[in-house]
Design a protein around this ligand. Structure first.
Ligand SMILES: [Zn+2]
Length: 414
């Protein structure tokens, strides 16, 4: 069978919450029913570092559970049997509190930090000015790269606040040395250095679309589009013939509940870059649905978020004839028989497309949970932003409230 896209993927965050090898295998088994061919495995973040390092054992000891190198190889081999490639993600320079809790010397200030407990974007990130930071990253990557046989290697590049870089003598000296005028370009240079290491090992780097804020990131980096914040930069990148992956957060983020992103929505999306129509889709290598796990901590909940919505994206990525939604649901019911046989949890049909009051209440509950826990003392001290972004709130209002609802609400107030 000839598929429409060469990259058909599920992203799985095992850094915010850890999931056992057995659960990861179940997820791989389940996505194989939809002919996906990639698992993007998010293995490091502010909350945890999940890969055993024989060179730097403090790393995996810093944040609780992790996968041994043997277990990683086991997962990669299991996926390979199902024609699924496992792409690791080591996010940098942001989202690194766990790594820095073990090795604080690689941040700008070198002050102790602890792994994050709450959702948020944290200010303390890797220092791009210290030479030893890059040396450390290089050694670490040389240890991790051989564990995976994927063509691609994801290096994140998202949500990296520059507060500490601006005050750092090392970062500022590096800027001067390189003749850079913006801190975003300092990230661009950092990314370029890391890309060099990856390319030396024959890997193609992938970054989130935040990385496009830098004017100097290598042109051959594959960009994963998730946020409308940098849609303009994304449009320019696409127009210049860059290669990219579509993961719009309001269509393909499966950690959002069905009330936010119903099954039908995942089936019917049309790739776009926020308000910019797509100039062309030639550079698009495929689609990826993301499952972040700040608020998901068990197998049942995880699988119910993924299945069956992933099959809607899968059909689109496979390029199967885009027929009507009712006949798609027939095919989903067939897949569910397979999930049941393999003891893989999934969302029951009555909640595939929630409506009315139940839908709105569920979404409100999700929204409230998003902000829950963020006022813990440490989080408060370290977080650059913990609350959902403005674009999220605006989307939420647009999705659930009509002008008449808002007017009625205001009328009731005054
Ligand atoms: Zn620095």
């Amino acid at each position: 069978m000839k598929y429409k896209y060469t990259y058909r993927s599920l992203h799985l965050d095992c850094a915010r919450h850890f999931f056992s090898v057995e659960t990861v295998k179940k997820v791989i088994e389940g996505i194989s029913y939809g002919n996906l061919n990639v698992l993007h495995w998010h293995l490091s973040d502010d909350h945890g570092w999940r890969i055993e390092s024989k060179k730097f054992s403090k790393l995996h000891e810093c944040s609780g559970e992790y996968y041994t190198q043997e277990e990683i190889r086991e997962v990669v081999a299991f996926a390979k049997e199902k024609d699924i490639e496992v792409i690791p993600e080591i996010d940098m320079p942001g989202h690194n509190l766990a790594l820095l809790s073990a090795f604080p010397e690689y941040s700008c200030k070198g002050a102790p930090v602890i792994p994050a407990k709450a959702r948020g974007v944290y200010r303390t990130i890797l220092c791009a000015g210290k030479k030893q930071t890059l040396t450390f990253i290089e050694e670490l990557l040389e240890e991790i790269i051989p564990l995976f046989d994927s063509q691609y290697f994801h290096i994140g590049g998202d949500e990296a606040p520059k507060d500490e870089w601006k005050e750092c003598p090392y970062c500022n000296a590096k800027m001067k040395e390189l003749g850079l005028t913006s801190y975003e370009d300092l990230q661009g240079d950092f990314t370029a250095q890391v890309c060099k290491v990856l390319k030396k090992h024959g890997k193609t780097p992938i970054c989130w679309n935040d990385a496009l804020l830098a004017s100097n990131i290598p042109e051959d980096v594959v960009i994963q589009y998730w946020t409308i914040d940098y849609a303009k930069e994304m449009k320019a990148f696409v127009e210049n013939g860059g290669k990219w992956i579509y993961s719009d957060m309001f269509e393909l983020y499966l950690d959002y509940p069905h009330s936010m992103i119903p099954l039908k929505k995942v089936y019917e999306f049309t790739p776009h870059l926020y308000k910019y129509p797509l100039p062309n889709q030639d550079g698009c290598i495929g689609f990826e649905a993301c499952t972040w796990t700040e608020h998901i901590d068990n197998e049942k909940d995880l699988c119910e978020h993924i299945f069956p919505r992933i099959y809607a994206m899968a059909e689109r990525a496979n390029g199967e004839e885009h027929t009507d939604y009712e006949s798609f649901k027939e095919r989903v019911r067939e897949k569910i028989k397979l999930l049941e046989k393999a003891d893989i949890p999934y969302t029951k049909e009555e909640w595939w497309d929630p409506e009315g009051k139940a839908r709105r209440n569920d979404a409100i509950q999700f929204y409230l949970n998003m902000s829950a826990g963020v006022d813990e003392e440490e989080a408060k001290k370290q977080a650059a932003s913990a609350a959902p972004k403005l674009q999220f709130i605006l989307h939420f209002i647009k999705e659930f409230y009509k002008i008449s609802d808002i007017l009625a609400f205001l009328k009731a107030l005054f």
